[in-house]
Design a protein around this ligand. Structure first.
Ligand code: CA
Length: 439
């Protein structure tokens, strides 16, 4: 599941802080020649190739396309930066914005973006993810436009509910944690009578799903200023313990042995899991599932409000672009052009970047999920960036996950774990903030 989410959600774990120095442009002396570097799959390549042809025609430009696999992208981009051959237009992840701005690699494109006719129609989340005011990410000048926004939603196997005679979830009324556990217990069943379960309530990956429980319970990894790690709090501890108990105590997920023989993603696809996360990138695969499914909000903790994260990838313009206006025009075009957007959405790669198109898509497409609106609600209302997206580097956040397995196995309590982790994480966050100052 990790690589599935990483590849699709627009998350690049890159230590960009080490990259320094300005660079000269890769483009030729012809100011209408641009280079665009991106990573993606065949559907994305097809969509962009067609869109770029149109852009070339409309603007008398030539665009050299450099496409890489998801795995190779960071290495190739780093090499391009080191070799002072930064592409004019290229993908950036929000976590790299601070260091790229500080080292003069990406350009402030605020003026052109705000003047674009589509500006008010682009998801605010998609723009805000690339704002930086010199101190905090999320506000200030705009350094990229969204390639996509990827709301990490929650799904359920409707067919399993019906077979088990369990009332279907209400998309407008999230489960409380107690209700969620109760339903998960009802769905965990030995259906063939051999004494071993054949289906389970859920089977969540801690790295990608703990956020929704922590946030919905009023906790977080870091404070608003991104100066203090806040995992050692009652809200956080309670959420982590609840999450761990689902496996270790309540037994509503496959055991470690069962998950090792077939992971929970595969088990969900086989119809053995009741609740499982769903990102837009999963939809083309899930449309072929042999059971009915739909989206619902995540169960809610103390705040009474659901929470989850939204992945995104941005399209930035090089500080050294020879023709920055044309390069910015291309970035905006790729982000918002209706034809390019339509082919990406039709290919099931992403939800539309423009709110108006997203609303039409959610209400008119007849393919599953029926409740596409949940994706939109996440982007507009209850989705957030992953914690490390807004700090200078992410080691402090990575540290949290390194030794978490004993908690999930019920061998270490959540309270003991966060107490031990908080100072270790704080040290790394202090370093990130120090590095940010030095630039
Ligand atoms: Ca059985």
């Amino acid at each position: 599941m990790k690589s599935r989410v990483l590849a699709a959600a627009g998350i690049i774990a890159i230590a960009a802080a080490s990259i320094t120095g300005c660079s000269s442009a890769a483009s030729s002396s012809d100011s209408h020649a641009l280079t665009f570097m991106f990573r993606g799959n065949d559907a994305e390549k097809a969509a962009y190739t067609a869109a770029i042809k149109q852009f070339e025609k409309d603007n008398g430009a030539t665009v050299k396309i450099i496409m890489t696999t998801a795995d190779d992208y960071n290495t190739k981009l780093k090499a391009a930066i080191t070799g002072k051959k930064v592409p004019d237009v290229f993908y950036v992840d929000p976590g790299s914005v601070q260091s790229y701005v500080k080292s003069g690699i990406i350009r402030d494109i605020t003026k052109q973006v705000e003047a674009a006719p589509t500006y008010d129609d682009i998801w605010k989340y998609g723009i805000d993810s690339y704002r930086y005011d010199g101190k905090l990410v999320g506000k200030g000048a705009i350094y990229a436009v969204p390639k996509d926004v990827g709301p990490f939603s929650f799904g359920y196997n409707k067919t399993m509910f019906e077979k088990a005679g369990v009332p279907l979830p209400d998309k407008d009324k999230p489960y409380t944690w107690a209700e969620f556990l109760d339903v998960a217990k009802k769905l965990t069943q030995d259906t063939n009578g051999d004494g071993k379960p054949d289906q389970w309530g859920t089977g969540l990956n801690v790295t990608w799903n703990l956020q929704s429980f922590v946030w919905s319970n009023g906790g977080d990894w870091v404070n608003k200023d991104r100066t203090k790690v806040t995992v050692d709090t009652p809200e956080f501890t309670e959420a982590l313990q609840y999450f761990a108990d689902l496996s270790a105590k309540d037994g509503v997920t496959p055991s470690a042995t069962e998950a090792a023989s077939l992971d929970t993603y595969q088990r969900w696809m086989k119809g053995q899991i009741g609740f499982f996360p769903v990102g837009p990138w999963d939809v083309p695969t899930y449309e072929k599932l042999p059971f009915q499914w739909d989206l619902i909000p995540y169960p809610v903790g103390k705040t009474g409000k659901p929470a989850t994260w939204v992945g995104t990838l941005g399209i930035a313009v090089s500080e050294t672009a020879k023709n920055p206006d044309l390069a910015t025009k291309l970035a905006l075009y790729l982000s918002t052009d209706k034809t390019a957007q339509k082919s990406l959405v039709d290919a099931g790669v992403q939800i539309p970047n423009l709110k108006s198109a997203a609303t039409t898509w959610a209400s008119s497409s007849t393919l599953p999920p029926a409740n596409k609106q949940e994706f939109l609600k996440i982007v507009e209302d209850y989705g957030r960036p992953l914690p490390a997206n807004s700090t200078y580097s992410g080691e402090w956040y990575d540290e949290f996950w390194k030794n978490i397995q004993p908690v999930l196995d019920g061998k270490v309590t959540a309270a003991d774990y966060v107490k031990k982790e908080q100072p270790a994480m704080q040290k790394l966050l202090d370093k990130a903030n120090q590095d940010a100052k030095q630039g």
